[in-house]
Design a protein around this ligand. Structure first.
Ligand code: 5AD
Ligand code: SF4
Length: 461
């Protein structure tokens, strides 16, 4: 059916959810809904939810809870809970949000239209958390980018869903199902469409990209990268997430040899303690992780590294935590994403003994972040004096000291603006310019390092 009205989409969680929300927007668009950033205007509100940690889950309930009042004065408004919390809660979602109309699980997106039709024809409370093998192929393509931010030159593309690793703290295998990969043809087709609409950079998404296609007997992840590397118009390829147990030497060579694949690797270590890694069911030891990082650095000395860390996993002692701190000192990551362990009732670790109290988790998290601040700054400072290729993303929001100085020095250049882009190693770079366009790749000589960004001037300007 075709309808008329506005759709507001609120996305919580990871990059995969951002991609999924774009798919939901495409579906809504094909049903006649126009996307709006003004919640008050909306005729349908979708909350694409995340259940990885308690806080994200609560955010979804509190966002959707607000609509109890709004629906009283606007009864035709359709409210939708989509994604991981929807998959996890199913019918139970209504006990906390009685005014909810649709609960749409992670694998039910292709049936979103049917759910809307059902509500429009008077059905109350539609729940769809059924499994589906075809995840993205069955959805409308996203070549029509008219309802996205037009200036987006960097896009996510999910290449696989679910996870078979069953780390003991993680809900992903339960809310996103077993691991399955999209066909290489559909991925290449989608990226070619994006390239034709002006996209310059893609980030390939999966819970464990290293095992792409293995179950299906398809081409390997490195072969997929090789194919994408040939797509005209795409200048950069990123990917997340790699699993340390499956990081192959071939992938290391691919980072080095394929010109469009960025020299950045996100490799979540989670903990520096072998005891904790075992309890987490990660499938590698601290020593193996370090060995792989060393191999990577030998082949790609300039590679930027980032990781995920969980502190306060059940039974983590001060010593275990110190092992993690020491791992940070030894590897010196460019950046980290650190989290306090959050108990998820569907994950096995919820039943583990020796849970760590919240205050201690906070303390450890702060210690870890403080230590990392030092290495993030150090890594940024090492880039001063170097020239980096930067993909221009837009105007900078925040003026840097260097910009005011440049303006003073070059008063006659009235059109000078401060722009921002990203280096191949994923660092934000600010620079002054009067004539670059979003999507250009330019060389910037780095002059200053800030805690979380760099400043420089275009070479030859
Ligand atoms: N508690 C805290 N952090 C978690 N992560 C996954 N599950 C949990 C949990 N229960 C973190 C991991 C993962 C990242 C996406 O989220 O570090 O790599
Ligand atoms: Fe969760 Fe582990 Fe799978 Fe990552 S690899 S999604 S942490 S189960």
């Amino acid at each position: 059916m075709k309808y008329k009205g506005y759709a507001y989409i609120y996305t919580i969680g990871c990059q995969m959810n951002v991609y999924d929300s774009e798919k939901l927007a495409a579906i809504l668009n094909s049903y006649g809904f126009e996307k709006t950033d003004d919640m008050d205007k909306a005729d349908i509100v979708v909350c694409n939810t995340c259940s990885i940690r308690h806080k994200a889950e609560e955010k979804a309930f509190s966002f959707l809870g607000r609509f109890a009042k709004i629906k009283k004065r606007k009864p035709h408004l359709i409210t939708v809970m989509a994604g991981c919390v929807a998959q996890q809660e199913g019918e139970k979602a209504f006990s906390r949000i009685p005014h909810l109309d649709i609960v749409l699980g992670t694998q039910a997106f292709s049936r979103f239209g049917q759910a809307i039709d059902a509500v429009k024809s008077g059905k109350q409370r539609v729940v769809d958390t059924k499994d589906s093998r075809m995840i993205y192929e069955a959805l409308p393509d996203i070549s029509d980018t008219s309802f996205f931010d037009e200036n987006k030159i960097s896009r996510f593309v999910t290449i696989m869903q679910g996870c078979d690793n069953y780390c003991t703290y993680c809900v992903v295998p339960y809310v996103r199902g077993r691991e399955r990969s999209r066909s290489p043809e559909s991925i290449v087709e989608e990226i070619s469409l994006l390239a034709r609409s002006g996209v310059k950079e893609v980030t390939l998404l999966g819970q464990n990209v290293n095992s792409y296609g293995q179950k299906e007997g398809q081409i390997s992840f490195v072969q997929l990268l090789t194919k994408i590397n040939k797509i005209n118009g795409i200048h950069r390829i990123r990917f997340a997430t790699s699993h340390p147990k499956d990081l192959s030497i071939n992938l290391i060579f691919a980072i080095q040899e394929l010109d469009k694949v960025c020299n950045h690797l996100h490799l979540p270590v989670q903990s520096g303690s072998n005891k904790i890694l075992k309890k987490m069911n990660r499938g590698y030891t601290r020593e193996k992780y370090i060995f792989r990082i060393k191999a990577l650095k030998r082949e790609c000395p300039d590679v930027a590294l980032s990781t995920d860390i969980i502190v306060g996993f059940p039974s983590e002692t001060r010593e275990d935590f110190n092992d993690t701190m020491n791992l940070l000192r030894e590897i010196q990551f460019d950046s980290i994403y650190a989290f306090a362990y959050s108990d998820r009732s569907s994950a096995p670790a919820a039943k583990f003994s020796e849970q760590i109290d919240e205050k201690q988790k906070r303390e450890r998290l702060n210690n870890l972040l403080e230590l990392q601040e030092h290495y993030t700054q150090k890594k940024n400072k090492e880039l001063v004096g170097k020239t980096l290729e930067v993909l221009v993303e837009g105007k900078s929001q925040k003026k840097r000291d260097g910009f005011e100085q440049t303006l003073k020095n070059l008063e006659h250049r009235k059109n000078l603006v401060q722009m921002a882009g990203r280096s191949e190693s994923n660092k934000i770079v600010h620079f002054p310019s009067e004539h670059v366009n979003i999507g250009d790749i330019i060389k910037i000589r780095i002059e200053n390092a800030y805690p979380h960004s760099l400043w420089g001037h275009p070479v030859g300007a």
